[in-house]
Structures are given as structure tokens and as C-alpha cells.
Design a protein around this ligand. Structure first.
Ligand code: GLC
Length: 435
């Protein structure tokens, strides 16, 4: 089976946008101790039911979420329509395990997509392949009931084909009734410790699922968790999670689109007592490092059970927004630096091929007021400025500025930029205009 892709334009825009917001939201916001709480605590669904029976996010206002995302510089969003607990945020006709049957009583997805689109933010959807609620979903190593012998014994009567049908029906719903969807993030194919696939393309009927997505939304981008790696049409982008890549990933010598998803604090769902929050500086470094390797960053927020972003998340978003406000030129539309410019120590380079500008992100501000950049193309540097305030940076051949011989001196393969002694805020950016 061969499927033709028709999503090049969307892929280009998605890569241009570089920064997105991931949102993990569902019943697990109530226990507020990890979205895997059912699995971690091996909790039977009878104990989880209390969350369903009391789910009522009375402060839910997706317009506010969208504004927060926008002011942080995020250009797209990916929302969990269903996580591993199987709970659905939309009014699916294939289950009662959904928001409309809780005390809240309403479809959460419709106002969500409308609010984000109204702010000009592109919409993507996350959909769990795992489902600990569906009666035909068999027990596996992640399942909350994995140690319950009676529950496992009933696996013989469970039919994963029926589950796959349900999965496909639901994906068709979310890709039919909620407008244009830029990307779909399926999660995930299960492997054992030796890499043997336990639930993958067969369990999900992945080939048909990918085909369905491309038929319903030809522009859609599909992530890489359906276990269809060897097919060009089986995925569009790679999704390393909670880790930083050392270099741009490649397949058969060709660079591939990628997006890393990251948390503020370790868990994806709202986790009240988790305190390992990253600082704004760390988050910005994460973004810059990702873009310097040609990737996108999808940064996660786990809203509370009442439907709000928690103050810690708001603080992080505001901090990122402050930085993006001044420095977004070094992020949107940027890729890895071309050959001919070497990355100075403690720095990251990005490059905008359309404007022909090179950006140096200084992770550690030099105490000497001098920063060197080397490479066969440094001669092409015409003008240099700090991005935060547009102030000129003098430069010349090594230490030429000391003798006030700006640009008069012969350029070799190294130039020196004269920086102010005081670091101008976190992760300062130098903009280099090239010939
Ligand atoms: C993992 C986890 C999950 C989270 C996801 C985000 O696969 O199962 O809780 O939704 O990563 O990428």
C-alpha cells in the first residue's frame, strides 16, 4: 500500500513556527499526581470513577489559554483529545466515557479549537493509542490492572480488532468535526525492554489509521509513534521526548523534521506537589538549542481540575514571552547555521535563510567583553547588533577593536565582537547581517 503525501506546505509552516504549546488535560488533573496515576498506583477503574463523577472544570476558558500561549510566542497548540485513561474531551458518539457525561456536561474540544484559531494559533491534536478504559483493550505491561489475575484472565475474551475499530472511528470524529488539524500526535507503540514490539502497527492497524488521517485531512502531519518508521507516508516528524538531541537527526543521510516535547516540571498532567520546575533561562536555552539543530519545541502545560493554568506555568510562559518579544527573529523561520560559521564556545547558532541573518545565542557571557567567531564565511559579516535593543556591536579582526581599527584590518577566518561588560538579560542574542 502506497500513500501519497500532500502536506509540504503545512510542514513548511509548522517548521517555521518552531514553538508550540502541548496541553495535557483530563480526569487526572483531579488526583493531581501524574497523568499515569491509574497505572502507577495500579488503580482499578472503580477507584478512578470518583474523578469522572466529580469532573467539573468551572473556570475553563480556552480563550484565556490561547492568549497565554500567544503571548509566550507559541504559534501552534496540541491538545490531548484522549489520554491513556481513555477519557474523551469531546462528545464522541462511540463512548460514554467523555466530558459530556460528567457534571460539566459539555464538549471541551469545540470551544478550544475555536478560541485558539481566533488567536491565530494553529491546532494539532494528541490522541492516545493506549486505552485503559475500553473493554476490548488487552492488559499489557503499562496497564493499571497488569497484576490482577482475574482481570488478565478475561483478556482471552477481549478483541483488539474491535478496539482498533473504535480507535479509528474516534480519530475520524476528531478529524471531521473540528476543522483543519495541522498535526496529529499518536501516543504510543509499546515495546519491551529489548525493543520487541508488544503493541504496534498490528494492534492499532496503523497503516489504515495513517491512510484515514491523510484522506480526511490531506495537509495533516503525523508523528512517528504508529510504528510505521520504514514508510515515508507512515510519519512526518520525529518526537524525542524529555531529552535534548546532540545533533540534527538524519535518515539515510537526509535531515528529518523533528519536534521535542518537554515539560516544565517532569509530569505532563497537572501535578500539584511536583517542584522540579525548570527556570525561564533553562526553558529558553532548551528552545534555542532545539532550533539550532533544526527542531521544534512543544512545551507542555497541565491545566488544573478547575480548568486553569497554574501560577507556576503562567510565570514560565510570561518569562518566555518577555524573551520572545525581543528575540523572536532568531527563532521563527530559523534553521541550523550553514557551514562556514563555527559555533563559538558556550553559544548556539541559528540562521534565517530568507533574511540571510545569523544569530549567536550567548549561553555564558564572556567576562572579557570579547567574543570570537570563526569559519570560512565570517568575512561575510557586514553588521552586528544586539537583538534586545538593536545596539551596534563593533567587530573586527582579532582584538582589532582595541586599536580602533574597525573593519580596516584584514579579516582572517576569525573575527572578534566587542560586547558590553554587563550581560543584557538572559540568553542574549547577537544578530549578524551578512553580505
Ligand atoms: C509519554 C507518556 C505520556 C505523555 C507523552 C508525551 O509517552 O505516556 O504521558 O503524554 O509521553 O509525549
Amino acid at each position: 500500500m502506497e500513500i501519497k503525501k500532500n502536506n509540504a506546505e503545512n510542514l513548511k509552516r509548522w517548521q517555521h513556527n518552531r514553538l508550540g504549546m502541548f496541553i495535557h488535560w483530563g480526569l487526572y488533573a483531579m488526583p493531581a499526581r501524574h497523568e499515569w496515576v491509574r497505572s502507577h498506583e495500579k488503580m482499578p477503574e472503580s477507584n478512578y470513577l470518583k474523578y469522572f463523577e466529580n469532573f467539573n472544570p468551572d473556570l475553563y476558558n480556552p480563550g484565556e489559554w490561547a492568549k497565554l500561549a500567544k503571548s509566550a510566542g507559541m504559534k501552534y497548540v496540541v491538545l490531548t483529545t484522549k489520554h491513556h485513561d481513555g477519557f474523551c474531551l469531546w462528545d464522541s458518539k462511540y463512548t460514554d466515557w467523555k466530558s459530556t457525561k460528567t457534571p460539566y456536561g459539555k464538549d471541551l474540544l469545540k470551544p478550544f479549537v475555536e478560541a485558539f484559531r481566533a488567536e491565530g494559533i494553529r491546532v494539532g491534536l494528541y490522541h492516545s493509542l493506549l486505552d485503559w478504559h475500553h473493554p476490548d483493550y488487552t492488559t499489557d505491561r503499562n496497564h493499571p490492572m497488569r497484576d490482577d489475575e482475574a482481570f488478565k484472565a478475561a483478556d482471552a475474551k477481549r478483541d483488539m480488532h474491535k478496539y482498533a475499530e473504535y480507535l479509528h472511528h474516534q480519530v475520524a470524529e476528531i478529524l471531521t468535526n473540528y476543522g483543519e488539524v495541522d498535526c496529529i500526535f499518536f501516543d504510543f507503540s509499546i515495546k519491551d525492554a529489548d525493543g520487541k514490539v508488544l503493541k504496534g502497527r498490528e494492534a492499532w492497524n496503523s497503516e489504515e489509521l495513517a491512510k484515514l488521517c491523510r484522506k480526511l485531512q490531506p495537509q495533516i502531519l503525523i508523528n512517528d509513534r504508529l510504528e510505521l518508521d520504514e514508510y515515508d507516508w507512515g510519519w512526518d516528524y520525529m518526537t524525542p521526548e524529555q531529552c535534548m538531541l546532540r545533533k540534527t537527526p538524519e535518515k539515510d543521510g537526509v535531515k528529518i523534521p523533528w519536534e521535542t516535547c518537554q515539560t516544565f516540571s517532569g509530569a505532563w498532567g497537572y501535578f500539584r506537589d511536583e517542584y522540579t520546575w525548570k527556570s525561564v533561562e533553562q526553558l529558553i536555552k532548551m528552545l534555542v538549542d532545539t532550533v539550532s539543530k533544526g527542531g521544534n519545541l512543544l512545551l507542555n502545560v497541565g491545566p488544573t481540575a478547575r480548568g486553569e493554568f497554574d501560577p507556576r506555568a503562567k510565570e514560565c510562559l510570561a518569562g518566555m514571552g518577555g524573551w520572545m518579544n525581543k528575540n523572536e527573529r532568531s527563532i521563527y523561520g530559523c534553521i541550523e547555521a550553514p557551514e562556514g560559521f563555527e559555533r563559538p564556545e558556550d553559544c548556539r547558532l541559528t540562521f534565517n535563510p530568507e533574511t540571510n541573518k545569523l544569530y549567536i545565542h550567548v549561553f555564558s557571557w564572556p567576562p572579557t567583553g570579547e567574543l570570537y567567531i570563526e569559519g570560512s564565511r565570517v568575512k561575510e559579516i557586514k553588521y552586528a547588533q544586539l537583538l534586545n535593543d538593536g545596539s551596534e556591536l563593533k567587530f573586527g579582526a582579532r582584538a582589532a577593536w582595541q586599536a580602533d581599527k574597525w573593519r580596516e584590518s584584514e579579516f582572517g577566518d576569525m573575527i572578534s565582537l566587542k560586547l558590553p561588560v554587563r550581560q543584557p538579560g538572559i540568553v542574549p542574542v547577537i544578530e549578524l547581517i551578512l553580505q
